[in-house]
Design a protein. Sequence first.
Length: 133
Amino acid sequence: VATAPAGAGTQALSCNTAGYVADAVEAPTELQLAAYAGRYHGNEGSYAASGAFNRFGTADLVIAGDGQLIYKGAEYETTSVCIDKAAGGQGKVMYFESGAGHCDVSDRADPKVGQAWGVSPLDGATVFTGGRR
């Protein structure tokens, strides 16, 4: 488990590195977290075996300035927040684990999945995708 490096503009956030490629992620600084904070409006649903997305409705995901998640108006305690050390194909992604699910937020929008996506912290099954500020 990593925590944000000491220094100006940081807070102690826990990053559970066990679920990632070794040395690929770290705990974000307060400044990094602030850059990702905001409201992301997207779609809820599930993926069929064919890969088609079956949309049930819409949802708002809010990343609070302290790293906590608000999904569809309910607050969820974040248990781990990690950020990529280097940008990949979907940009530099910050990973939030909370409740029964997880949400990933990128510093740039992908045409297919938007800027935020993941699995509902409410039930751990409903997919959230296409999230945009």
